[in-house]
Design a binder for this molecule. Structure first.
Ligand SMILES: Nc1ncnc2c1ncn2[C@@H]1O[C@H](COP(=O)(O)OP(=O)(O)OP(=O)(O)O)[C@@H](O)[C@H]1O
Ligand SMILES: [Mg+2]
Length: 237
């Protein structure tokens, strides 16, 4: 077993002939919250898709998860090793209820599993009240909670979240931040892609800035919080 839960080495990723990610080295430890920021189109979503081997990304390099090489594995095999995914835009089913979303993906329904639908409802009591409501009728905040809950019931070791704050009110963003902190305090690892710099700086144990498919900046959370000007220059703010 390596000291890293996720160890990405020399990763290159392509869509057809377009070479998007170029030589990415990035690691996540258990119980660590690693943030990836970057402007639009810099390759953040492609990174998360690469970890899960989601089509149509093609990848080269090494991605070791929990001690096992995953580049030749299929998406469902990688997911079942303990990689949870909260995709950009949430990607819910408009005509499935909250509860149906949860039951659909719930892995390991045994009571002793950390994350059962019941435990998700304890984390997000708002969702319990909306259990029979269709995904398409939820507010943006409820949709994001459901997207997180749906990933949790797969009982992941690593939770990858792609811009969870997108389109949410500040109060809901704070709630998502709180949930991230709680999960990390329980030992879960989080790989968080964010464009909301305040949220990213508030949460990061370590941070990476992507620029044109490469890592332009890497720093511990404290440095990332301090180097506002340098960070801002990569993000064009
Ligand atoms: N399915 C696809 N086929 C071809 N090119 C793609 C595809 N998806 C993304 N790209 C290209 O790959 C590059 C990186 O895209 P990616 O979605 O990873 O960026 P991002 O950093 O997540 O951006 P955003 O902040 O807007 O979500 C962009 O140039 C984009 O146009
Ligand atoms: Mg994206």
């Amino acid at each position: 077993m390596t000291e890293f839960l996720l160890n990405i080495c020399h990763l290159d990723a392509y869509y057809g002939k377009s070479h998007i990610l170029q030589g990415i080295d990035l690691q996540v430890r258990s119980g660590e919250l690693v943030v990836v920021v970057g402007r639009n189109g810099m390759g953040k979503t492609t990174l998360l898709r690469s970890v899960l081997g989601l089509s149509p990304v093609q990848r080269r390099g090494e991605i070791v998860f929990n001690g096992l090489e995953t580049v030749k594995k299929l998406t469902h095999e990688i997911a079942s090793m303990g990689v949870g995914y909260v995709p950009q835009g949430r990607l819910l089913f408009p005509s499935l209820t909250v509860d149906e979303h949860m039951q659909f993906v719930c892995r390991n329904k045994k009571k002793e599993s950390r994350w059962t639908p019941e435990e998700v409802y304890n984390l997000f009591p708002e969702l319990r009240q909306r259990a029979r409501v269709n995904g398409g009728r939820l507010s943006g905040g409820e949709q994001q909670m459901l997207a997180i809950g749906r990933a949790l019931v797969t009982n992941p070791l690593l939770l990858m979240m792609d811009e969870p704050s997108e389109g949410l009110a500040q109060i809901v963003i704070k709630r998502v931040e709180q949930v991230c902190r709680h999960l990390v305090s329980e030992g879960m690892a989080i790989l968080l892609v964010e464009q909301n710099l305040e949220m990213a700086q508030g949460l990061a144990d370590r941070a990476f800035i992507f620029y044109n498919g490469r890592i332009a900046y890497e720093a511990p959370g404290d440095t990332f919080r301090r180097e506002r000007e340098k960070v801002g220059s990569f993000l064009g703010i």
